[in-house]
Design a protein around this ligand. Structure first.
Ligand code: SDX
Length: 431
């Protein structure tokens, strides 16, 4: 077996260097020895948007983009979505193993215990404008929680880390529901600890004060739970990178989670699910699809919910979501937008433009259609993505803090600005 090294010849100096391969990668710090003279900084890697850069080692999620494989801690997403609940998967992602019955019971109890928020959080949320975007409300309120739990800054204390993780898992659905209720001018509904994680979220969203009891539909509650599972983690996506980058400065987990929510909000990332519905509404009807596709191919916009940095095959989550949609429509009635979405997919997948670029439906293409059928308005879709991804961000943050190789994230740059120049006095500028 040939030695796991690369031999690099610097043609500027004719020197050769042997660089070890580490798990199929080179450590770019090993390039710094390649210099033309002693004053030379040495060779750096240049990789805008990290197209080909591993920022960490992680044991949480495995994706094979070519084969459309997604596993959490080694378990295929299809089996987890079929056989587990979201909190069961959250336990797996955080702890590395599926829980026993008693471990799951204790974990559910601990998360449930942390679903309430301080009354002042409600006052804080009351301050938002009536039409504030729920993602803006979620991001700022999660950051505000850092001021309620100053001990969260003890990120080196495992017991404190675990307590904050339980608080974040318990409180995010509550804050998300309060953001939704605020936008409708409805009173907040306190958590009901007799309900499951997802049923409790639905109760805080939809229980009406005049109605004594709220009974979530079990089929819809299960569908939402599956959607949370599908969104739980996805290795080093943009928002997880934000969580790790902010967490690497030893900021508290509430501030790091707020940063991750901000990254997720972007339309190229988690914000795509909301934009898919905007796109389907713009298309309106089947006969408009060919013209829309022609516009996309002419560079006049993107087919939202299509394409992925890693998946160059069908996103396995999209397949499960499509199946789950049918179960939801048995209860809610069919969302006509599904027909447009499926026709759009059919046309796109047979068009050379999309085939050549390996553009397939991703997790966001169908999720919005289910969310809408479940009764959500598009502006809260990405909040639902955040609730699912919350545990992934926290597990990745926890893994970062336990990784001896990790330090504060501080990339280098290639400077392209002016060389030194002198300040011209104000009264002489522009003359
Ligand atoms: C998520 O990273 C993750 O894991 C993310 C996620 C997770 O779980 O965390 O999976 C969740 O964010 C899913 C992605 C949701 N975003 C969208 O659906 C928005 C639409 N998709 C694109 O913007 C795009 O596909 C990205 C952002 C998802 C990926 O972009 P890349 O990898 O940077 O690829 P690119 O933009 O360089 O595109 C390569 C080519 C370009 O064409 P050319 O310049 O080569 O001619 O494909 C084209 C792009 O124009 N292209 C699209 C397209 N996506 C890429 N053309 C039309 N429609 C699209 N959707």
């Amino acid at each position: 077996m040939p030695e796991e090294t690369l031999t690099i010849t610097d043609n500027r100096t004719s020197k050769t260097y042997t660089v070890p391969l580490f798990k199929g990668c080179i450590r770019t710090m090993d390039l710094r020895q390649i210099k033309v003279n002693d004053d030379d900084f040495g060779v750096m890697g240049y990789d805008p948007a990290f197209m080909n850069t591993a920022s960490c080692q992680s044991a949480i999620t495995f994706i094979d983009g070519d084969k459309g494989i997604l596993r959490y801690r080694g378990y295929p997403i299809e089996q987890l979505a079929e056989q587990c609940t979201y909190l069961e998967v959250a336990y797996l992602i955080l702890n590395g193993e599926l829980p026993t019955e008693s471990q799951l019971k204790d974990f559910v109890k601990e998360v449930t215990y942390h679903t309430m928020v301080h009354e002042n959080v409600k006052k804080f949320m009351d301050g938002f404008h009536y039409d504030a975007h729920p993602m803006g409300m979620l991001m700022s309120t999660m950051a505000a929680l850092a001021t309620f739990y100053p001990e969260a800054r003890k990120i080196g204390d495992p017991a404190s880390r675990r307590l904050q993780i339980l608080r974040l898992l318990g409180k995010m659905p509550t804050i998300a529901a309060y953001a939704y209720r605020h936008s409708l001018g409805l009173p907040y509904v306190d958590p009901n600890n007799s309900l499951s994680y997802t049923e409790n979220f639905m109760s805080m969203l939809w229980k009406m004060p005049a109605e004594p009891v709220y009974k979530p539909n079990p089929v819809l509650a299960r569908a939402l739970d599956v959607l949370f599972i599908l969104h739980a983690d996805h290795e080093q996506n943009c928002s997880t990178n934000a969580m790790r980058s902010v967490g690497s400065s030893q900021a508290d987990p509430f501030a790091s989670t707020a940063a991750a929510i901000g990254a997720l909000w972007g339309p190229l990332h988690g914000g795509a699910n909301e934009q898919v519905l905007v796109m389907l509404d713009e298309i309106g009807k089947m006969e408009n699809i060919p013209a829309f596709i022609a516009d996309v191919k002419a560079g006049k916009g993107k087919l939202m919910g299509f394409g992925h940095r890693v998946y160059k095959n069908y996103d396995p989550r999209a397949k499960i979501i499509k199946r789950t949609a049918e179960e939801v429509f048995q209860v809610t009635g069919r969302n006509p937008k599904l027909d447009i979405a499926m026709e759009l997919e059919k046309i796109a997948l047979s068009d050379e433009y999309f085939i050549k670029r390996k553009l397939y439906p991703n997790v966001d293409f169908y999720s919005g259609i289910i969310y809408q059928a479940l009764g959500f308005t598009p502006d809260i879709f990405t909040v639902l993505f955040a609730i699912g991804r919350n545990v992934g961000w926290l597990a990745q943050w926890q893994e970062l803090l336990g990784d001896k190789e990790q330090k504060i994230a501080r990339p280098r740059q290639i400077y392209t600005g002016y060389d030194q120049r002198d300040v011209v006095p104000l009264n002489k500028r522009g003359k």
